[in-house]
Design a protein around this ligand. Structure first.
Ligand SMILES: NC(=O)c1ccc[n+]([C@@H]2O[C@H](COP(=O)([O-])OP(=O)(O)OC[C@H]3O[C@@H](n4cnc5c(N)ncnc54)[C@H](O)[C@@H]3O)[C@@H](O)[C@H]2O)c1
Length: 276
């Protein structure tokens, strides 16, 4: 293989959960622009329609399907349908996730991070805990399982899980279940990477730091919050879904053939600590 073809994903068939917005949409933009065929699975019908239409107008091969990752039967059917449509399944991104704040403090950055009664452990409801785990951990399990069912017989495939910097570093403005689910997803990633390595299937994770998306009601769209967070990040800026384009292409292409079981942090150095 020529080195210039290392990142070639032309004709690939890919599925992305949570693909109608933010990071998942960024993965879709990167793959589609590089010639892959992409199916977005999402619960947000309006965004799904708007984004697939936009990407279609740009000449890309992108489909959308209304699927809730907590409905494992619907998820299985959608992954099977995409595999059949493409005649192959090269890449699956288990990305859908929610951040139903608040955590036990009430702000993302700044010296004022007041404790919040509603985010405190003693007030954390079963419903909230279960909903986060249902989407951010069980949904990842079900997506990866669906992918493996099609990739294993073909002895080929790339699975990418979106974890978070929060899988190792606690962010107190997000609720506790998010930390637990992301840490669980990271260790699940390593477990299945080990299991599937013999079948030429790689499983890796992308762990973003602070990326401007619509998560958590879209708080990261607020320029005041962005400025405060940027001050804490060693590169002095917040991230955008486009900051993940290169990694998405790397993880699904031949360029990463021999890399599996890794969680790659994309955070402008935030996890390293404060610099200046
Ligand atoms: N934005 C960040 O700073 C950041 C940091 C670390 C990790 N992440 C992770 O990145 C992933 C994507 O989040 P984002 O920031 O792009 O948020 P986002 O809200 O912009 O996009 C998430 C998408 O997932 C969809 N979704 C939610 N629940 C779903 C379900 N049950 N079934 C199917 N789709 C569902 C939403 O409709 C939305 O389109 C999540 O797993 C999140 O935890 C985000």
């Amino acid at each position: 293989m020529k080195i210039s073809d290392l990142f070639d994903v032309k004709g690939y068939g890919a599925v992305i959960t949570g693909g109608a917005s933010g990071i998942g949409l960024g993965y879709a933009e990167a793959l589609a622009a590089a010639g892959a065929r992409v199916t977005l699975l999402d619960v947000d019908g309006d965004r799904l329609e708007a984004e697939t239409a936009r990407l279609g107008r740009e000449g890309f091969d992108v489909q959308g399907r209304l699927v809730d990752v907590t409905n494992h039967g619907a998820l299985d059917a959608a992954v099977a349908e995409a595999t059949e449509r493409y005649g192959r399944l090269d890449a699956v991104f288990a990305n859908a996730g929610i951040d139903p704040g608040p955590g036990f403090v009430g702000a993302w950055a700044g010296s004022e991070r007041p404790r919040l009664v509603e985010g405190a452990l003693e007030n954390y409801t079963d419903e909230r805990w279960n909903r986060v785990v249902e989407i951010n951990l069980n949904g990842i399990f079900a997506t990866v399982r669906a992918a493996a069912r099609h990739m294993k017989p073909r002895k080929s495939g790339r699975i990418v899980i979106t974890t978070s910097l929060a899988s190792t570093r606690v962010e107190p403005a997000i609720g506790a279940a998010y930390m637990a689910a992301k840490a669980g997803a990271a260790q699940f990633m390593r477990t299945v990477a080990l299991e599937l390595a013999a079948f030429n299937i790689t499983v890796n994770a992308v762990a973003p730091g602070y990326i401007v998306t619509n998560i958590g009601g879209g708080h990261s769209q607020d320029p005041v919050e962005q400025e405060a967070v940027a001050r804490m990040i060693p590169m002095h800026r917040v991230g955008f879904p486009s900051d993940l384009y290169g990694l998405a292409l790397f993880l699904v292409s031949r360029a990463s053939d021999y890399i599996t079981g890794q969680e790659i942090v994309v955070d402008g150095g935030w996890g390293l600590g404060a610099a200046d």
